[in-house]
Structure formats: structure tokens, C-alpha cells
Design a protein around this ligand. Structure first.
Ligand code: HEM
Length: 441
């Protein structure tokens, strides 16, 4: 593996660790634990946590896309210059963003709360990625499997939604609260759809390679899932703006199509699982286990999302920790598991693993899965307690509303610490594999 890939992989794992550490610091600060709250207020810890989580997902997805598209389609012998240019500018942007956070310069809007000028670096890097991927892969490759379309769609729509996210800088949007909120929530909602295309495309690629069954990438179900994902990407932001007075048809469409994509992803993974024989399963055990974990979390989050979308239940859940459970349940349980699977595959951890690596992997894996379950459930219970009280006693003081919620948030905090430990073990094993990887590719 050549150095630009290694550097991006290392950067993505550092971002993952940052996200975990600042997630724990955020909740310690929120619960007013003096030693943390005194020097790191929640409103500063949260943006660092959320930005590093989003950059971890996007960076790990992109490095996989660049590496796999090269490995499968030997269009150039040496690493293309656009990949190097992307890596340098993208990582420079991220470093500048964290420096500005640590120096106390905030700005921007939710999830991207840094001085907006820094977006220029991200935008330039992304345009390079878009042009490079289009010219090297999309244009030259005949008979493209579905994951190539998913990757390209994800990259293209990330560009659209990222640009849309910046519309608040135009006074016409900024001067109206409703316009600004609509465009913020809409663009953030669609952006999730964009990176899901990149991440789910990666999951399909891994299933094709592990099983050796190329038909998974050309199956009718996979293409149907792609088009459904695209429809979701274009329309499902409607469920992010339920609370804004908009045309009813927008809500109705969003409500109708939101869950469909996940059901298909679930059935593709299940089909792959049923087809895989024991030998292939064992040969890619670590990657396989992480993909199966993602399948499990797709199922649980699908259940939660279906319940949350029922209007009679949504009255209680809206604006509670259930929304946070939904956000973290999907970004950790689904996106991060698929991306960890992708990194183990890229770094050939299964081929090179020793008994010691295997043992630590098992520990990291099970600590992650079990603590994530407690973490997720504690947020849901906290949300139910808050939602029921808020609806039954609408005039209640905030302190009284939150009193029954705090014990649950403490459980959330402890499980978060275990999640930090479990995922850090996995991240360290991957960093160790980067170091061991011979310059073979
Ligand atoms: C890879 C791991 C993680 C990812 C990808 C992740 C992702 C996210 C995302 C996307 C949000 C925004 C949620 C929203 O706006 O509704 C968030 C918020 C948050 N996360 Fe995480 N998270 C991770 C790990 C953790 C850990 C280990 C903790 C520790 C307890 C934690 C604590 C928090 C807190 C306190 C918030 C703010 C919730 C609020 O504003 O009410 N996260 N996280």
C-alpha cells in the first residue's frame, strides 16, 4: 500500500479517536463534572466531537473509494496526482478546522461550526475528487457495477449538499429564520443521504469481494436499492423539516419513502450472508464480523426510525435524546461498522493476523457492541422519560423536566466510556496494521 493511502487511513483513525474522546468529554461537561466543565464547556466540546465524527466517516469512506477503484480497475500504474492533491488539501482543511476550534474560533452552522472561510479548502479538495473520479473511473469504466454508481452519486451529491449548506451566508437566506432553518435542516438531511451512498456502496463492494460473487454488484435488487437510495437522498430531507411550516406533500413524500432504503440494504446483506460458505467466512472473519454487526444495527435503527415516524409517537420523541439515539445509532452502528470493516479489508488484517491480534480484536469488538447497546438504549429511555413528562406537563420547569433524565444520562456516560475503550482497541489494531503493511501495492 502506498503512502498517500496510509496517511489518509491514519488521519481517519485519528479523527475517530478524537470523536470518541470529545464525545466522552461532551457528556462529562454536560453533566457538569467540575474538572471538565470548568475548562471545556459543552457548547465547545460538542462541535469538536460532531465535526470529528463526520470527518471520520467521510474521510474513511473516500480513502476506500480511491483505493478500491484503483485496485479493481488498473487505469494507472502510479497513484494519480488528483488523489495526492485531494489528500493534501482535504487534510490541510481538517487540521485548520481543529486548530481554529482549539483556539476558540467558532462560526458556521450546526455540525460545521468553524469559521466559514475554511470551507473553501474542503470545497477545492472535493472538486478535485469529483473531477478525478469522473475522469479516471466513471468515464473509462465499461459495465459499471452498482457500487461505482453509488460512489459517484455520493461524491456528486456531497458537493451539492455541501454547497447548499453554505447558502446561509447569503443575506436573503440568513435574514429570514424560516428560510435559514429550512435550508440548514434540508441540506444536512440530504448530506447524510450522500455519505450513505458512499458507505453502502463500500459495503456492497466488500460483499462482492469477500464472496467472490460479482453478481451481487449487478443484481436487480442492488440496482433497485441504488435508485431507492437516490430517491431518498433527493426527497427524504422532508422528515428533517417536519417542524417547519412547509407544504404537506413534502412531508408526505418523505414519510412514505424514508424507511424503504434500509429495508433493502438489510435484505442485500442477508442475501450475502446466506450465500457465503464457511471457508470464505473464516478467511475474512474480522471484516465479515463487522459487516454483520452493521446488519444488526441497521435492523435496530430501522425499528426505531419506523416508530419515530409515527406522528402519535413523534409528538413525544421530537427534540429528545431519541433523536440523538437515532443519529449516533446510525453513525456508529451502521456507518462506522462498515468503515471499520472496509479498513480491515484494505489493510488485510485477516491475512496477516496473529493470535494476539485476533484476541484483542475479539475484546475490542465485543466491548464495542455491548457498550453501544447500553449507550443506545439509555438514550432512548432518557428520551421517553423526557418526552412523556414534557407532553403531560407542558408548563413544567426545565430543571424538573430533566430530573428523571439525569440517571439515564449517567448510564449513557459510563457506557460511552466503554465504547471509547472498545473502539479505541479496534482503531489501535488498525493503526498497528498500517505500520505492518508491506509496500506491496
Ligand atoms: C464513532 C463514535 C461516535 C460517532 C460517529 C458519534 C456521532 C455523533 C453525532 C452525529 C452527533 C450529533 C447528534 C445530533 O445532532 O442529534 C453526536 C452527538 C453527541 N455525542 Fe456522539 N458519536 C460517537 C461517540 C460518542 C461517544 C463515545 C460519546 C460519549 C458519551 C458521545 C456523546 C455525544 C454527546 C454528548 C452528543 C451531544 C448530544 C446532544 O446534543 O444532546 N458520542 N454524536
Amino acid at each position: 500500500m502506498r503512502s498517500p493511502y496510509k496517511i489518509i487511513i491514519i488521519a481517519s483513525l485519528i479523527l475517530l479517536s478524537f470523536s470518541l474522546v470529545f464525545g466522552v468529554l461532551s457528556i462529562l461537561s454536560f453533566l457538569n463534572i467540575p474538572v471538565v466543565a470548568k475548562w471545556l464547556p459543552f457548547q465547545q466540546a460538542r462541535p469538536v466531537h460532531v465535526s470529528s465524527a463526520l470527518f471520520w466517516i467521510i474521510t474513511a469512506a473516500v480513502v476506500g473509494i480511491m483505493y478500491y477503484s484503483e485496485g479493481n480497475f488498473p487505469l494507472s500504474k502510479k497513484i494519480a496526482n488528483w488523489k495526492i492533491a485531494f489528500a493534501i488539501i482535504w487534510l490541510m482543511g481538517i487540521v485548520a478546522i481543529f486548530i481554529s476550534y482549539f483556539m476558540g474560533y467558532f462560526g458556521g452552522r450546526e455540525y460545521w461550526e468553524f469559521p466559514p472561510q475554511l470551507n473553501l479548502l474542503l470545497l477545492v479538495a472535493w472538486l478535485i475528487l469529483l473531477a478525478g473520479f469522473y475522469m479516471d473511473v466513471i468515464q473509462k469504466l465499461k459495465d459499471k457495477p452498482v457500487y461505482i454508481w453509488m460512489w459517484f452519486t455520493g461524491i456528486l451529491f456531497f458537493f451539492f449538499t455541501f454547497s447548499e449548506q453554505q447558502l446561509w451566508q447569503i443575506p436573503w437566506f440568513r435574514n429570514s429564520f424560516l428560510k435559514e432553518m429550512t435550508v440548514q435542516w434540508k441540506s444536512n438531511g440530504s448530506m447524510v443521504g450522500a455519505w450513505n451512498q458512499m458507505v453502502y456502496g463500500t459495503a456492497i463492494y466488500l460483499m462482492v469481494k469477500i464472496s467472490g460473487d460479482e453478481s451481487i454488484g449487478h443484481s436487480k435488487k442492488a440496482y433497485f436499492s441504488y435508485f431507492l437510495g437516490l430517491t431518498n437522498l433527493i426527497f427524504n430531507w422532508g422528515h428533517h423539516i417536519y417542524n417547519i411550516p412547509t407544504a404537506t406533500w413534502i412531508r408526505d413524500i418523505a414519510y412514505g419513502i424514508t424507511m424503504t432504503e434500509w429495508i433493502l440494504v438489510l435484505s442485500i446483506i442477508q442475501g450475502f450472508r446466506n450465500k457465503l460458505n464457511e471457508r470464505e467466512r473464516l478467511r475474512h472473519l474480522l471484516t465479515y464480523k463487522l459487516l454483520i454487526a452493521a446488519e444488526f444495527w441497521v435492523f435496530l435503527n430501522l425499528l426505531l426510525a419506523l416508530l419515530m415516524s409515527i406522528p402519535a409517537i413523534n409528538i413525544y420523541t421530537h427534540g429528545t435524546h431519541i433523536t440523538v439515539a437515532h443519529a449516533m445509532g446510525t453513525t456508529i452502528g451502521i456507518n462506522s461498522m462498515i468503515l471499520l470493516a472496509s479498513l480491515t479489508y484494505m489493510l488485510q488484517v485477516d491475512k496477516r493476523k496473529s493470535n494476539r491480534v485476533d484476541r484483542y480484536f475479539r475484546i475490542g469488538y465485543w466491548v464495542t457492541q455491548s457498550s453501544l447497546m447500553v449507550f443506545w438504549l439509555s438514550l432512548i429511555v432518557a428520551g421517553i422519560l423526557k418526552g412523556v413528562k414534557a407532553v403531560s406537563s407542558p408548563t413544567i420547569a426545565f430543571a424538573d423536566l430533566m430530573a428523571p433524565v439525569y440517571p439515564m444520562l449517567r448510564i449513557f456516560m459510563y457506557s460511552g466510556i466503554f465504547l471509547l475503550i472498545g473502539m479505541t482497541i479496534l482503531a489501535v489494531l488498525l493503526l498497528y496494521s498500517v505500520q505492518r503493511m508491506a509496500n506491496s501495492k
